[in-house]
Write a protein that binds this ligand. Structure first.
Ligand code: GLA
Length: 646
């Protein structure tokens, strides 16, 4: 299997004369896959039920002749103007009741049966026409589901939400109980009285908000399923995907990943951010976790600047390549861009492309061509199936808990992603290879598992964590875990549910350190923590204490056998110290990566990527697959990469 290389290709933005040049330049660049037609609905179906495939026939023929395969989009991400003019009820409505207009993209209500009907009609026509086209490699279903409109609050959505609630609760009394509607006179006598959580005078019902998030992710997934069902019926042998957006809160990707033939992701870290490579590494590890040890595809990235930040930094020479290898090292077998040819008109005219406005005598184009040649050379060399290496550490990630934790009216404002990143950094800097896992996942293979701020947790999830520790696994549970159940009902009597026994403690009171950080003393110290609470040990050993603040002198970190509790929002030094302490007790002596240098082992190969301004000298034996030279002693400049095969 080749390593896929290419990008979104939007030939409809260009006169036909340009298409031949596209095909020929794609060959020059080593492009072997083009994502075609993502935003082509209005050109494929210019009028209701009238299809125009002639231009796409020509495009696909040209690609085929050039040896470029097609990642053919279903083109449903931006409904054409005639459709929303004819059926304005397809247009989505915000929580404040504003109906969004045409003239942009993604202007559809995910629950609209009309939208789905028109979308699947187009998909059927595309699948029937191109299902056996020799260029067709894969289907690209819709595009970035939920990117702009992840929730719709219109009347159609309201009715769909009611139906979803009826299915879930059976009776309105079931809903009343789950939502705690005795509070603030919210008791419902019938499902007809229930609405999406539209703008309201003040705090909305938390369980209603949570169910609306569940419903919202589900409705987007239903849109995907409707298209996928058509494709699987008409073209059962063609794999399909839809492009994820990394740590994207509105869509529960654990649910989604199961439905794709392979995972793909869009990735736009900020080139100006010195630490962006860490976020990019973490996202790529998330994709590897979601992909379930199948290869995945980096479906979109920018060759250089984007156009949607207040300041759009250009990538530095080599940065795009280095960030791409972060993906390949983590089992991506496709490196794609948005987009092939930089647009001259439209909202993304200043977003970089593989072929820049200024043509081929440019840095970006040269990098694109050189990297394409490199990937072509690697295609036969890198394994095409993935046998994931053993991974030592797991970070528990749960979308439902994310939605619940970041609601308003919580004990404090916590960024869930911030917590995940901080633990990811602490683990990877200690040399641990990390996987993200669902709280219900089999944890038995991991040496250490952290559940950071798992605010909402089912009894089954807490039992799963408890069982892992009971069987000898090293478990780190942090503050604000197991506070509420799946209906957002508080676990009274000290929170944590079954984990109280595992951890040997209960929690008396939260004492957040609003604006007055405290420190920790004891086995593990931490410079500045922003959360404290009153922990009541019931068998646990106190490892560290708060030195100041309302919980001063009380436990901040405890252990109970192999189960650790962290009652503080540890600063980076505190997390690092805790991880070191734990590795010491486990007797795990791992090679530490140098700061700013990644060392990722994948099957037979170790990828070394230097993100530092200063050069780094490789200290591994073997041959560098990229230069053919002995690896040891190779000097990697900033953004330099070596793939060392022993
Ligand atoms: C997303 C979209 C693309 C494009 C890029 C720009 O990833 O899928 O169509 O808008 O963003 O960065």
């Amino acid at each position: 299997m080749p390593i896929w290389y290419g990008g979104d290709y939007n030939p409809e933005q260009w006169p036909r004369a340009v298409w031949d040049e596209d095909a020929s330049l794609m060959r020059t660049a080593g492009v072997n896959l083009a994502t075609v037609g993502v935003f082509s609905w209005s050109r494929l179906e210019p009028r209701d039920g009238e299809f125009d495939f002639e231009w796409l026939d020509v495009v696909l023929e040209k690609l085929h002749a050039a040896g470029v395969r097609a990642d053919l989009a279903t083109a449903t991400a931006s409904p054409p103007p005639w459709l929303t003019l004819k059926h304005p009820e397809i247009l989505p409505v915000t929580a404040s009741g504003v109906r969004l207009s045409t003239g942009s993209r993604q202007q559809y209500c995910p629950s609209s049966p009309l939208y789905r009907r028109y979308a699947t009609r187009l998909v059927t026509a595309l699948a029937e026409r191109y299902g056996s086209h020799p260029a067709l490699q894969m289907w690209h279903v819709n595009n970035e589901y939920g990117c702009h409109v992840s929730r719709c609050y219109c009347d159609v959505s309201a009715e769909a939400f009611r139906g979803w609630l009826r299915d879930k609760y059976g009776t309105v009394e079931g809903l009343n109980h789950a939502w705690g509607t005795a509070f603030w006179s919210q008791h419902y006598s019938s499902f007809d009285e229930v609405f999406p959580p539209r703008d309201a005078p003040t705090f909305k019902n938390p369980a209603q908000l949570l169910d609306f998030d569940r419903f919202g992710s589900h409705e987007l997934l239903e849109c995907f399923r409707a298209e996928a069902a058509v494709l699987r019926q008409v073209t059962p042998d063609i794999p399909l995907t839809t492009n994820f957006m990394g740590f994207f809160k509105p869509a529960n990707y654990w649910e989604w990943a199961k439905e794709l033939d392979f995972v793909s992701d869009d990735s736009y870290p900020d080139p100006a951010d010195e630490t962006a490579y860490l976020h990019s590494a973490m996202t790529r590890d998330l994709m590897r976790s979601l992909a379930g040890d199948k290869p995945w595809v980096l479906m979109e990235q920018a060759t250089s600047a984007v156009n949607w930040r207040p300041q759009n930094a250009a990538k530095r020479p080599g940065q795009m390549r280095a960030w791409s290898y972060q993906a390949i090292a983590r089992e991506a077998r496709g490196i794609m861009y948005f987009q092939w040819r930089q647009s001259i008109a439209g909202a993304e005219q200043f977003h970089s492309g593989m072929l820049p406005h200024s043509g081929t005598d440019t840095r970006v184009w040269r990098e694109v061509v050189e990297f394409g040649a490199e990937l072509t050379a690697l295609s036969g060399v890198l394994p095409s199936t993935v046998a994931a290496p053993p991974v030592e550490a797991a970070i528990v990630l749960d979308w439902e808990s994310w939605w619940a934790l970041e609601q308003p009216a919580r004990p404090t404002r916590i960024s869930y992603q911030g917590q995940l990143s901080a633990w990811y950094r602490a683990f990877t800097q200690a040399g641990l290879r990390v996987r993200f896992v669902h709280p219900g996942a089999d944890l038995s293979g991991f040496r250490v598992v952290v559940a950071p701020t798992l605010f909402l947790a089912t009894e089954a999830s807490l039992d799963n964590l408890a069982g892992y520790a009971r069987d000898g696994g090293t478990l780190i549970v942090t503050f604000q875990t197991g506070i509420v159940d799946e209906n957002l009902r508080v676990r009274s009597g000290g929170y944590l549910g079954p984990l109280q026994r595992t951890l040997g403690l209960w929690i008396e009171e939260f004492t957040p350190l609003a604006g007055h950080p405290a420190a920790l003393a004891g086995t593990v110290t931490s410079s500045s923590v922003t959360w404290s609470e009153v922990v009541r040990p019931a068998g646990a050993t106190v490892e560290s204490e708060f030195t100041d603040g309302p919980a001063a002198g009380g436990p901040a970190i405890t252990s109970n056998g192999t189960a650790w509790y962290v009652a503080a929002d540890l600063a980076a030094d505190g997390k690092a110290a805790l991880v070191e302490t734990i590795l010491g007790r486990l007797g795990l002596d791992l090679p530490r990566p140098a700061p700013g240098v990644e060392r990722i082992t994948s099957q037979a190969d170790t990828y070394v990527i230097n993100h530092n301004p200063l050069p780094y000298v490789v200290e591994l034996d073997g041959t560098d697959l990229l230069t053919g030279k002995p690896a040891r002693g190779l000097e990697l400049p900033q953004y330099g990469v070596a793939i060392v095969r022993a």
